[in-house]
Design a protein around this ligand. Structure first.
Ligand SMILES: CC(C)(COP(=O)(O)OP(=O)(O)OC[C@H]1O[C@@H](n2cnc3c(N)ncnc32)[C@H](O)[C@@H]1OP(=O)(O)O)[C@@H](O)C(=O)NCCC(=O)NCCS
Length: 189
């Protein structure tokens, strides 16, 4: 039976709410993406492909298939009712008990510890409820914010894929860093 995910996870400052395919969610997501193009485009291909609310709506609909199969869950980060970005658990493999975390948030809210809080909230769910054994985080070698966050959250550097990605933004081949945390390294707070 496919893994089932909670609709809401609560932290001290943040509430993580599952990003469902509603018009309200699509509008909120599109607005934050549209306001943060410069901040997001170096690291993701999808902001360029997101040019109208309908594009966000299609994205939200399409990813539900993976969620129903228990392979991916995405949460919006909310401060009270203000949506500020996303965190997701994807490539969930029930046999290997492994998954990957991906994240982004509005530049206005960076460097305030919000994504550290979101990672910790999602880890509780992943390690304790979904019983995963390994979570990995991958990022571009030059993405200092993302690799810094992974390290700050206690993820161990495993190595580098050399020129395994091509970036339209930088118009060159990119190195990808891999970090991971095992259940045995995760400490309940
Ligand atoms: C990566 C990102 C999600 C970090 O979110 P955040 O909420 O700002 O992170 P936090 O405030 O929790 O920072 C935690 C730690 O990460 C590191 N860090 C965060 N931003 C950093 C930066 N710009 N440069 C270097 N280190 C950084 C620091 O060690 C920081 O701890 P400190 O503030 O006590 O020094 C955010 O910068 C972002 O959305 N970037 C654009 C999208 C992106 O790159 N996503 C990841 C793709 S792999």
């Amino acid at each position: 039976m496919a893994l089932k995910f909670k609709n809401q996870l609560k932290g001290k400052r943040l509430t993580l709410r599952r990003t469902k395919p509603t018009l309200k969610m699509a509008e909120s997501m599109f607005k934050v993406i549209d306001e943060n193009r410069k901040h997001l485009e170096p690291w993701f291909p999808w902001p360029k492909l997101t040019q109208k609310v309908e594009d966000s709506m299609k994205y939200l609909f399409d990813k539900e298939e993976e969620t129903e199969k228990g392979k991916k869950v995405e949460y919006g980060l909310f401060i009270k009712n203000e949506y500020i970005g996303n965190i997701s658990l994807f490539d969930i493999n029930e046999k290997k008990k492994s998954a990957e975390i991906g994240y982004w948030l509005s530049s206005f809210h960076t460097r305030k510890g919000y994504m550290t809080e979101a990672v910790k909230i999602l880890e509780i769910e992943a390690f304790e409820k979904l019983k995963l054994n390994r979570i990995q985080i991958k990022c571009d070698e030059k993405n200092e914010a993302s690799s810094g966050l992974a390290k700050k959250c206690g993820y161990k550097y495993e190595g580098k894929f050399r020129e395994n990605a091509f970036s339209e933004h930088f118009n060159d081949f990119r190195n990808t860093l891999v970090f991971s945390k095992l259940k045995s390294e995760y400490k309940k707070k």
